[in-house]
Design a protein around this ligand. Structure first.
Ligand code: TMP
Length: 250
């Protein structure tokens, strides 16, 4: 079902953002498009939008219950979310609890190394530049955020990890790493934004010891492992078991 919406404001790789009747809100439509490697690899995955929207809504509500400010207001339908309008900070904030992915490609750190406290990596959100990894000095030079805002961003990201890691562990899912995006609302409040889903988190199934079978996230698509939507469906099934049905907001 498509809810009433205003003009298309922005279209990203996995979501479209539309104006809502209230100026401080926007409507987010989760798409079935899957992309990887800066959109060099593309596919349509039936039902991905619904699965990511449903998983994200439940996780945002849980984070909110733990006192973490998010842009999420409620669902408008199976695949549409109502959120606060924010100015997205052009940083991708990645937290890593277990070494894998680009960390192991770019450094000698062994795959599977436990990282505690989690490693926080900042990337510049710019598809044209391929989302490059930043140093703190480069963040300062770019001036995308004030130094005190950067420490608020880091603190918020670590609180998200502190909530999500045990939440997923209770569901036999290991939160390997994840990517967050944040923004400021009209009042200048820092909010967690974007989505939290198997598109943006690596989740390993603790019920499987097989290095490929245990992958329940977008790495199945990136690595052509098949069963992508089955994996996302399994994540939703487990999240549903511990999180209440999300509220409606229309
Ligand atoms: P990486 O190991 O490829 O740097 O990915 C780290 C985490 O960030 C992983 O959970 C996947 C997520 N991620 C995104 O959400 N979007 C991206 O564009 C990339 C490269 C990674």
């Amino acid at each position: 079902m498509t809810p009433d919406h205003g003009d298309l404001l922005y279209e990203g790789k996995a979501k479209r953002v539309y104006a809502a009747s209230q100026p401080d809100r926007v409507l987010v439509e989760f798409k079935n498009d899957a992309t990887a490697f800066n959109a060099q690899k593309r596919a349509q995955l039936a039902d991905k939008g619904r699965l990511n929207c449903q998983i994200s809504a439940r996780l945002f509500e849980r984070l909110e219950a733990e006192g973490i400010p998010t842009h999420y207001l409620g669902l408008a339908s199976d695949t549409w979310m109502v959120v606060q309008r924010v100015a997205i900070i052009p940083l991708e904030v990645v937290l890593r609890n277990i070494a894998t992915g680009s960390l192991c490609r770019e450094t000698p750190i062994a795959e599977g190394t436990v990282i505690d406290p989690a490693l926080l990596d900042l990337y510049y959100k710019d598809d044209g530049l391929g989302d490059p990894l930043l140093s703190e000095a480069r963040v300062r030079l770019l001036g995308v955020v004030e130094p005190e805002q950067l420490s608020a961003i880091e603190q918020l990201a670590r609180r998200v990890n502190d909530v999500l890691q045990p939440l997923f562990a209770d569901l036999d899912l290991q939160l390997v790493d994840f990517k967050l995006e944040l923004g400021f609302n009209a009042a200048g409040q820092l909010l967690l934004a974007d989505e939290i889903s198997p598109d943006t988190c690596r989740l390993w199934d603790r019920r499987s010891s097989d290095a490929q079978d245990r992958i329940l996230d977008k790495d199945r698509f990136r690595q052509d492992l098949g069963g992508v939507m089955e994996a996302y469906g399994e994540v939703l099934k487990r999240v549903q078991a511990s999180c209440a049905d999300p509220r409606n907001c229309m």
